[in-house]
Design a protein around this ligand. Sequence first.
Ligand SMILES: *[C@@H]1O[C@H](CO)[C@@H](O)[C@H](O)[C@H]1NC(C)=O
Ligand SMILES: *[C@@H]1O[C@H](CO)[C@@H](O)[C@H](O)[C@H]1NC(C)=O
Ligand SMILES: *[C@@H]1O[C@H](CO)[C@@H](O)[C@H](O)[C@H]1NC(C)=O
Ligand SMILES: *[C@@H]1O[C@H](CO)[C@@H](O)[C@H](O)[C@H]1NC(C)=O
Length: 832
Amino acid sequence: MHRQPLKSSFASDCTLPSPVWVTMEPPGLLSVVVVFVGLLGTFVEGLTPRVSFPIGTPGRSLSRFNSSDVRNTTTLLLSDDGDTLFVGARDFVLSLDVGQEDIVVKSKLDWSPSNNEMNDCFMKGKKKADCHNFIRVLQFLNSTHMYACGTFAFSPRCTYINHETFSFVTSPSGKPEEGRGRCPYDPYQRNSAITVDGELYTGTVADYMGNRPVISRHLSEGSHIDLKLDDTLGWLEDPTFISSSFVPSEEKIYFFFSEVGREYDFIDKFTVSRIAQVCTSDVGGQRTLQKRWTTFAKAQLLCKSDNELPYNILQDIVTLPPPEGTPVDETLFFGIFTSQWSVNSGQSVVCAFRLGDIKAVFGGNYKVLNRDTLRWSTRVQEKVANPGVCGLHNASDNTLRFVKENFLAEDSVHPARRRLTLVSPDRRYTHLAAQRVQASGGRNYTVLFLLTEAGYLHKAVLLDDGPHIIEEVQVFEQPQPIKSVLLSISKGVVFVGSSEGVVRVPVSNCSYYGSCAECVLARDPFCAWDHSNKVCAPTISIQDQAGQDVERGSVQGQCTSPIMPRSRSGPEKFKLVSVSLKEVVRLQCPEASRLARREWVGPDRLLSPELYLQPEDGSLQFLATADTLGQYRCISMENDYEQALAVYQVKQKSSPTPETAPPSETPTQRLLPTTPADSALTLPPTVAMPEPAASATTRQASRNFTYWVKQMGETGAESRGEEALLLERGSTYLKELVVVSMLLAGCVFLLVAIGLYRVRQRCRNKTAPQDSSPGRDSEQGDPHEQEPLRDGQSPCSNGKQNGQAAPNGQANGVMCNGTPKGSNGHLPNTPT
Ligand SMILES: *[C@@H]1O[C@H](CO)[C@@H](O)[C@H](O)[C@H]1NC(C)=O
Ligand SMILES: *[C@@H]1O[C@H](CO)[C@@H](O)[C@H](O)[C@H]1NC(C)=O
Ligand SMILES: *[C@@H]1O[C@H](CO)[C@@H](O)[C@H](O)[C@H]1NC(C)=O
Ligand SMILES: *[C@@H]1O[C@H](CO)[C@@H](O)[C@H](O)[C@H]1NC(C)=O
């Protein structure tokens, strides 16, 4: 990190004389910048999604709705039963059946402006593409009706829709409903809307130019009258409305937005994030504040940790109700924040705010507005009333004048435990959904679904040690200006709406994890290993004790029972690779997960960098010589769990390779069966490991091993995931081999010990630059060493027939491992 440029770019962005910062909260910001830069380093690690599913990957098949004539499907509303999704799109309101495998259109309401209306809009200088009706409000009013509002060619309109018959209903007045103050004019302007008891509470701009923001209530009846903000005192300062939430116990609606922070008047356009509140019981004042809110108050949402710049721009925020039996004050609001400053422009942060803390801030002191200068101070004044309390309709003019002028809480709302929930150094998150999931032990975990700018949905679980990103699923291909995320907890799906259509993403696909180890390593609270059925299954569907460790992801202890894993492609084999001496050999290793470390073990155990090249993609390259022939195993290590991902036997081409004769038994070869077919990990089942090269011998060896593992399993001595090691059951004739097996066990322990030692060494050496490796030089140095690679054949395509094949790095990787794009080390571009 370069401190100098960061500091200066920060200063220039804010066009700010440095001493002024001292007055701002937090104090001494310039020194804070330096501290912050230091902290950056700690954020950069971690938060890599463990598994990635680009569009089209089989492990995560999604259902989509898209249609050439319906665009901008971004406003989503789900029916109570979760089977119908109403979509506000461009010129259409849709009703989609989402209760089945495929999403189908049930009906479609055309609500487009006439040609004249569109021309008028165009003549006023707006882009033709924006002169449509973009539906931006879609809310249920009661059991039969819903209410929709659209931009309607920069002349917003609303309408009633009967959601049972899915048809327009003429409004009680007979005229088209005015959309002003309910829906923005400009389709790119954000707004918020929520209905409570048939009344519509909105936050939007209420004019064509987009500079009259208002928070208002509509559709009120009787003595409950429509209300709006008094705009004489600047209750809002150029806000961007994000969302709103109703908290029934408080009888309050909370609005979330960001706006210009006038209290920081020494900075030019300093953005702050806000929470504002109004009471649903509000009916305005009698003389003062007639038809205006008497309960409006706002406070700053300060998403920052100590000694750090605030992440000041709110992107999205959702409500997570407290667990059953917990006080309502434990309600959490999870928000995504980004920063105004280029120092941390690519980052986004999640902060959680407690309702209890919000209530305390609104119940505290308020800043004082100087009526003449419209500047804020915190000077102490006589407290005439408590701003923000409900039930002021009969209050005196004096009281109402006081609350009218004192609407900005002095304190800011700090994140729960004064900590950032999640810091993403390189992804810009834009939308989120939150859910509490009960893991198999009964403990609740918060799971966040975070949509990145680039179109990936990240599923993160919040652990004691911080967040863990279980997976990422690509939902759209092009960055989208307007998008939305809607979670259906009852159906276990997330809907993502964008201009490309609506995508339904199941919250999990447990069956993707083929072994107990994989299931546990995923640390997905939605999934657990079902010991009786030997599948990774939804946690709620498992009755008995299940294999799961969300907190630590420790396979040991969850998968130790010697149960045969679901067999995919028969017993495990190694791959025979026949080479000529002096040829460059390339061995591929599939990627188990992005969090796993891959390690090669060769015939002479320590693969000296003078002879071996280990590129970033996890493969191994070396020159075939008499010394480098032998067996190579690629080991994956994740979270203290180790398993072999690939095993190769490198032989000299001329030497005969009998198919039935047992290979000379070296201790290394005996280890073969430790690579179970099921260890293919993230690979889909069909592309697990290649077909047998020397089946007879392997099978026999595997039986030996099975027997040994059983023995060890009973004594509880071996802990490397015996279950995964067990390949075949029922071998009974090998009692004589106990002695041999014990010898074998000795070898295993020796190898593990050496392996661990090497891991340590490697960790220490990790900082050494790759380019200095002499191995690379030797590879590049001799051009004809590369030659044999070209006419080589894949060991997979014919290795089975004759046990002979020339190595070919590429074909090897593609055909043998057959890994999808996402898991063979050539990972697709991840969103930035
Ligand atoms: C879940 O994963 C399995 C294994 O990769 C795959 O066969 C299946 O189609 C996936 N299911 C869904 C709904 O994505
Ligand atoms: C509507 O979708 C188109 C792409 O189909 C996109 O270019 C445009 O920006 C979207 N408009 C809005 C308001 O989302
Ligand atoms: C729902 O609201 C609409 C519009 O206000 C009204 O006409 C209708 O009678 C209401 N239906 C019920 C069941 O309350
Ligand atoms: C407001 O005051 C009037 C007269 O003082 C009273 O009749 C009415 O019930 C009061 N309203 C409320 C909601 O307290």
